[in-house]
Write a protein of this length. Structure first.
Length: 333
């Protein structure tokens, strides 16, 4: 039997470790929650030859790592992963389970919650502990118009998926130590009904916007879909990622994956360009960690202008066009 100390579990998805840092971000927040709850942080890792990732999770905040290391787990299998997780939870009884709100997490976590008959808050943008020791899960609701604070007072474990980029990871600590618990692969697991024939990672032409150093974000002030596309050209010249506000995404000027806001991505660039963005709270809540903001808007009283380090009162489309022209001249030498 595990001792009476509560544990916060973070599921370790290491498959795209160097680009997808959400597990490390969750470990960081889990260490803060653990202090409030007087709990330990535990990472859970399934896979084949995963010692490298086990050590990484300890260096980034895990007090304990539960490991099932077996050749059959080399490739992700949803039914197997779920069955293993259910068995571990039944024996260890964690207080809280956190999973990244990635494609994997959105498939994995709901199945766990359903099997355990507990609650799950999806795509959370903040986590806290209240006076009763319950996990407060903050998630966008009604299309991102409000932030709902959710608790699970009667069912355990308390579960949440969290968007990548929401929290800052703890720097790697080479001297940190932790407990590694190696668990044998059960021999009586049900057979998978779906079998992987082969897998291939799609090539990514650019970096993840949550990790980008420079982001160019556009709003309705760009004027039209055709004019908005100029931001893509500017982004290519500046090696920047392109984001958008919700009205722009809803107008189909750009794909939904570019949405920056409570209902989309949270970013923390060194430099953020905001073209034609008024600055609604649904958007600005997701850019609070930007180090330097340059805003362009016709309206000098727009909330985004007050938030900016440099505010340019001008037509966003004209400024974008001028920047493209100047950058092309400089590149040509």
């Amino acid at each position: 039997m595990k001792d009476s100390i509560k544990e916060i579990w973070v599921f370790g998805d290491y498959r795209n470790y160097f680009q997808n840092r959400v597990t490390l971000q969750l470990l960081s927040r889990a260490t803060e929650l653990a202090k409030m709850l007087q709990a330990k942080v535990c990472a859970v890792v399934f896979g084949d030859q995963v010692d490298e990732w086990v050590n990484e999770y300890i260096a980034h905040g895990a007090d304990r790592v539960l490991v099932i290391d077996h050749p059959d787990l080399k490739n992700y299998k949803i039914e197997t992963y779920v069955n293993l997780m259910i068995r571990l939870i039944g024996k260890q009884r964690p207080e809280i389970i956190l999973v990244g709100a990635t494609n994997f997490g959105r498939e994995f976590a709901p199945r766990i919650a359903k099997r355990l008959k507990t609650g799950l808050s999806a795509d959370c943008v903040d986590l806290d502990i209240n006076d009763e020791g319950l996990l407060v899960q903050t998630a966008p609701s009604f299309g991102g118009n409000i932030l709902a604070q959710i608790i699970t007072p009667e069912c355990k474990p308390q579960m949440a998926t969290v968007r990548p980029g929401t929290f800052q990871e703890i720097p790697h600590n080479y001297e940190r130590t932790g407990e590694i618990v190696r668990i044998p692969m059960p021999a009586d697991l049900p057979k998978e009904r779906v079998h992987l024939i082969f897998s291939e990672r799609s090539p990514q032409r650019s970096q993840r916007i949550e990790e980008a150093k420079v982001v160019i974000c556009g709003g309705r002030g760009m004027g039209s879909k055709k004019k908005f596309k100029k931001l893509t050209e500017l982004g290519e010249l500046m090696n920047a990622e392109i984001g958008a506000t919700r009205p722009v995404v809803y107008a189909n000027w750009i794909e939904a994956d570019a949405l920056i806001g409570q209902a989309g991505k949270h970013i923390k660039p060194k430099v953020l360009f905001a073209f034609g963005i008024s600055g609604a709270i649904q958007h600005t809540a997701a850019i609070n960690n930007a180090e330097f903001i340059i805003a362009v808007n016709k309206n000098p009283n727009a909330p985004m202008m007050a938030m900016a380090d440099i505010a340019i009162v001008a037509d966003a489309n004209q400024v974008c066009t001028a920047m493209i022209k100047e950058l092309k001249v400089r590149i040509r030498g």
